[in-house]
Design a protein around this ligand. Structure first.
Ligand code: BES
Ligand code: MN
Ligand code: MN
Length: 485
């Protein structure tokens, strides 16, 4: 297609998208009503329903070869403390959704990535409107998955629809769409697909909209993500639960043991105490550090409005943004087990579990980091306790290159929509597959996200600012147009 024709198509698509905003939001609401919580075996059917919903829409807008790609459900044999083998479900395989349109000869191919799975909605009583009953308030749409990532993935689909209609069934670029249902549980299914069938995802660039803008109205490209290892430490003491009066003082307590172990993982300053843990940590370039210092960031405002604690914590000698983007960290998410009902019960639980994760930064690797962590935890095992350290899932940290025409097309597209220059940031979160796009498919990735810092990702009252949903669609239309021109 000629440059002029592409510009006309882009313009017509933008007009179409504006005229259809209301319908786009209603469709998104229908998707948000499906509780596709990937970590919860009770929701496997809902997760599949969401996959089918996405596939049906890809077909309707004119993509070809649309199909669900099954990922395998794996069982794994583990040895318990007594050395007995037991089968545990390693993960539930949720389907990928694939579709393509590859008739823009001579134009680049964009691989559009998103995820249709969501995090659990609990605690439910903190939601102002129910998590799976999407509700509009103050220019936002509230629901689990509104911004992470159903709403943002839908921007891709709607941008493609608008271009298809404007182009009479053609696009200015070639596209492949891949949407996963396991991002929130580590993304192993898509990782295996990329490893084994990379040829089916052949593209020149990946487009990911699953990150945030640094501030409202500030167009942002995310150029780095932390990796992670998510683990469980199981502590076992007595054979069975025991009366704490009859046995306390003689029997080991797995909760106290876990607390003693956890207390030695990090010091009061936030430094991780695992020997050698920081070995692979790469220092950001001077240019990056300088750019981060120039970002509009007010630490006190961040503490007050985004965190809401009496003070911030973390490693001495590093700014907040460095601590979030370029330093590893360790967190405890919960300690299931024991007595958590109302009132008091005097029991020494037989076992306790701690869910502990670590965020990794370039050039740390999940394998080495887990090995160091496991060895250290085992070395701390208190008397009378048997510990088991398990890896639940992991993902690599990544920094993407910005020196390519796709990043250029993205900043130009967002300049037209926001009237501002783009800032480049990293994200503290993880999207495991992005590392594989770079390493396995050997293509650059553009992370153009439209979430806001107060969108409550993974928390009660998750929302997506509707203005950003619309501006995101328009930016993506213009990005496709720019790449195709
Ligand atoms: N979209 C987020 C990650 C994100 C958010 C990156 C904002 C940068 C800015 C993603 O859905 C997510 O939450 N990932 C998980 C991955 C994990 C479960 C492997 C995370 O970061 O906890
Ligand atoms: Mn996400
Ligand atoms: Mn998420």
């Amino acid at each position: 297609m000629t440059k002029l024709a592409t510009a006309d198509q882009t313009q017509a698509a933008v007009v179409f998208a504006r005229e259809n905003q209301g319908r786009f939001v209603e469709e998104l609401k229908a998707l948000l009503r499906i509780p596709s919580v990937s970590t919860d075996p009770e929701h496997v059917g809902d997760v599949r329903k969401a996959a089918e919903f996405v596939a049906a829409e890809l077909r309707r807008i004119g993509l070809e070869n649309v199909r669900l790609v099954e990922t395998s459900t794996e069982e794994e044999v583990i040895a318990d403390a007594a050395g007995n083998a037991r089968m545990v479900p390693a993960r539930i395989g949720h389907p990928l959704v694939y579709g393509d349109w590859l008739h823009a000869s001579g134009a680049p191919t964009v691989l559009c990535y998103g995820h249709y799975d969501v995090q659990p909605a609990e605690p439910l009583d903190e939601w102002k409107s129910p998590p799976f009953e999407p509700t509009e308030r103050d220019g936002n749409i509230y629901a689990r998955g509104a911004v992470d990532d159903k709403g943002q993935m839908w921007m891709h689909v709607k941008a493609l629809e608008a271009l298809m209609v404007a182009g009479g069934g053609t696009l200015p670029v070639n596209v492949r769409v891949i949407v996963e249902g396991e991002e929130e549980v580590g993304g192993e299914g898509i990782a295996a697909f990329v490893r084994e069938h990379g040829d089916q995802l052949k593209a020149d660039v990946a487009l990911v909209s699953d990150t945030e803008m640094f501030a409202p109205d500030l167009p942002t490209l995310c150029v780095g993500l932390r990796g992670m290892i998510y683990t469980e430490i199981e502590a076992r003491g007595a054979r069975t639960d025991l009366h704490s009066g009859l046995f306390g003082g003689a029997a080991p307590n797995p909760f106290v043991a876990l607390v003693q172990v956890i207390a030695q993982l990090k010091d009061a300053e936030g430094k991780i105490l695992i020997p050698g843990f920081y070995d692979g940590v790469a220092t950001p370039t001077d240019a990056e550090l300088k750019a981060w210092k120039a970002l509009p960031f007010d630490e006190e405002h961040y503490r007050e409005t985004e965190v809401g604690s009496v003070s911030l914590t973390g490693e001495a000698g590093y700014s907040v943004l460095e601590r979030l983007w370029a330093r590893p960290t360790l967190d405890v998410h919960g300690m299931p087990g024991g007595f958590i009902g109302a009132g008091a019960k005097t029991v020494i639980p037989a076992k306790a579990v701690a869910k502990v994760s670590m965020r990794l930064v370039p050039d740390m690797t999940p394998t080495e980091s887990f090995a160091k962590y496991k060895a250290y935890v085992e070395s701390l095992c208190p008397k009378g306790i048997v510990l088991e350290v398990r890896l639940i899932h992991s993902g690599d940290p990544i920094v993407v290159s910005t020196d390519n025409k796709f990043v250029q097309a993205a900043t130009e597209a967002m300049h037209e929509v926001f009237g501002k220059d783009t800032v480049f940031v990293r994200g503290g979160g993880s999207i495991p597959i992005v590392g594989d796009f770079v390493r396995e498919l050997k293509i650059p990735t553009v992370m153009m996200g439209f979430g806001l810092p107060d969108d409550n990702l993974h928390a009660p009252n998750e929302k997506f600012h509707l203005a950003n949903f619309y501006r995101g669609i328009e930016s993506i239309i213009r990005f496709f147009g720019g790449v195709g021109a």
